[in-house]
Design a protein. Structure first.
Length: 553
């Protein structure tokens, strides 16, 4: 079973009519931002101690770069630290679209320091002129300042060991109100660049990451992007029975603490975006439709299951995230006729299997599934009551629609293994056949259920696409740190763009993790700091490579 990603997005008359209704509520579709300013504060070690020789260079509400520096310089390059130069001049922000927040710099110079700067707060102020509003949001930036001794955790670009700048995943989204409507500011991440010149929007094919690797003895620039999210998430399945773009379509208020499906919170829209492949919402801002993981491939016994990933959220007074699902067997609307339904819940972030009965004797080649999640305290309400239906508004959570197809797997695997060496983790896989397969992606995560980060920048091409003959492949991940357990998943990509993710494997490279510390002259021993765990996305993986060979049986 695969998930199709067809990028078509037709508007229908019902959608346009609903847009008129939304406009009448006064939700702003564009905002004018005159200036972004960022002020540094509260630099600290992991233990909460003030870093050595800390210095703040802040000027409020100007177009200048603000900096935080620390340590005693070893060379003429000066102290090490961060800089942030906010986006200047009047420019328009469209909610849901990623925009340039400012230029971020890591001044990575050799220093002596007893107390290392591991964490520092960046207070980002948005000055809007239309409407006239000034809002300040506080985010934390983390620095993994590695010792300049081998082995280097992130490589050694200029001789000494590279470092890592991180936006911790634990920092919540922050919300402010315009004309009674809540908007959420989400920092989407960094896109590194050598020149420091930042385009207003991310370049085509580039995705902001929550961290980036920085070289010693150099100014490491990155463009920092964000987005303002509208407060409502809609579905994108075909508008049968008015369930996506009718007078009362399925939709959820987006909140900073509510639960959501997959690893990405809903991106917010002003209308439902129905199309035949249920991908209209995928092209709105970013693809947040990532809750579906896998499904039963044999429903002939009249039953089956779907596995989804659920983020529990942190809503006050709620102890679980309730999930509801509908399978539209006939293509005439969710919950209509003899369609199957299911519900379940999680009390902690993780995977949930939803079980279905009443499957028809003849299974269609493709079908639509609607998933909804909401927070609740105590037992989850029953399906079809209190708004827990294919239509209607929920106070928090997310809605996702998926088109699934019961085609054979593009690639049939014979094996998928991982082995460690001084160079990193070598992944190897063999296929029995590669029917309709275009290539492969390799994913890495901290747990068997993700969240996942793609290791390969470009698709790993199949040796024999469309062939019944198998092949063998190897691929090196040089960024795996010793002593850390990683989970790797292989994803095959069909000639039609559909993807299938195979079961993950775990690998633990031999050795001990590096200590994160620097020591001053005369120090008896360097301090040892905790190694960061649980970061949702990883960067600096472009140095990996793969080999492939044909497999002849």
């Amino acid at each position: 079973m695969k998930l199709y990603r067809n990028r078509k997005n037709p508007l229908r008359a019902g959608v346009i009519a609903f847009l008129i209704v939304i406009l009448a509520t006064g939700v702003a579709l564009a905002l004018t931002l005159s200036n972004v300013d960022g002020v540094w504060s509260n630099a600290r070690t992991y233990a909460g101690v003030t870093p050595s020789s800390i210095e703040y260079i802040n000027t409020l509400s100007t177009t200048d770069e603000n900096q935080v520096r620390y340590g005693t310089p070893v060379t003429s390059g000066g102290k090490s630290g961060f800089g942030f130069d906010g986006n200047d001049g009047d420019f328009t922000i469209v909610p849901g679209e990623v925009f340039l927040l400012g230029k971020f710099t890591h001044y990575n110079n050799p220093i002596y320091a007893t107390n290392i700067m591991n964490l520092v707060d960046l207070d980002v102020t948005l000055n809007l002129t239309d409407p006239a509003i000034e809002e300040t949001f506080t985010f934390t930036v983390e620095l993994d300042e590695t010792p300049n001794s081998t082995p280097c955790a992130y490589g050694a670009t200029n001789g000494p060991c590279d470092d890592r700048v991180i936006l911790p995943a634990s920092i919540p989204d922050q919300t402010f109100t315009i004309d009674g409507v809540p908007y959420t500011l989400q920092i989407t991440g960094f896109i590194p660049g050598d020149s420091g010149a930042c385009p207003a929007t991310p370049p085509v094919g580039s995705t902001p990451q929550t961290d980036y690797i920085t070289a010693e003895r150099t100014n490491n620039y990155a463009c920092m992007y964000a987005q303002l999210v509208l407060p409502v998430d809609f579905g994108d399945a075909p508008d049968a029975a008015g369930q996506t773009a009718g007078a009362d379509p399925g939709r959820h208020n987006i909140t900073a603490t509510g639960p959501y499906l997959g690893t990405i919170r809903g991106d917010g829209e002003i209308i439902g975006q129905p199309n035949a492949s249920a991908t209209g919402d995928d092209t709105s801002a970013f693809d947040d439709e990532d809750g579906f993981i896998a499904a039963d491939t044999n429903w002939d016994d009249g039953s089956g299951w779907i596995t989804v990933q659920v983020n529990r959220g942190t809503a006050a007074g709620a102890d679980r995230a309730c999930v509801y699902a509908w399978i539209d067997w006939a293509g005439d609307g969710f919950g209509v006729g003899s369609d199957s339904t299911s519900q379940g819940y999680v009390t902690a972030t993780g995977n949930l299997q939803l079980n279905f009965a009443d499957a028809p004797t003849s299974i269609p080649n493709s079908l639509l599934v609607r998933l909804r999640v909401r927070s609740n305290n105590g037992a989850c309400p029953a399906l079809g009551t209190a708004g827990n239906a294919p239509t209607g508004l929920w106070a928090d959570g997310e809605i996702e629609d998926h088109l699934l197809t019961f085609n054979p797997l593009a690639a049939e695997l014979a094996s998928f293994t991982g082995a460690t060496s001084p160079e990193g983790v070598t992944l190897a896989w063999e296929t029995v056949s590669e029917t309709d397969v275009a290539g492969f992606n390799l994913l890495r995560g901290d747990t068997s259920s993700g969240p996942w980060a793609q290791l390969n920048l470009d698709l790993i091409p199949a040796i024999a696409p469309g062939s019944a003959q198998g092949s063998a492949y190897t691929w090196l991940d040089p960024t795996a740190a010793p002593g850390t357990t990683y989970f790797y998943a292989l994803e095959d990509v069909g000639l039609d763009g559909a993807t299938t993710r195979h079961d993950p494997i775990s690998v633990t490279p031999a050795g001990e993790p590096n200590a994160v510390s620097l020591s001053a002259f005369g120090a008896a021993s360097p301090a040892v700091w905790p190694v960061l765990a649980g970061v949702a996305a990883m960067a600096g993986l472009a140095a990996a490579g793969f080999a492939r060979r044909r497999r002849d049986d």
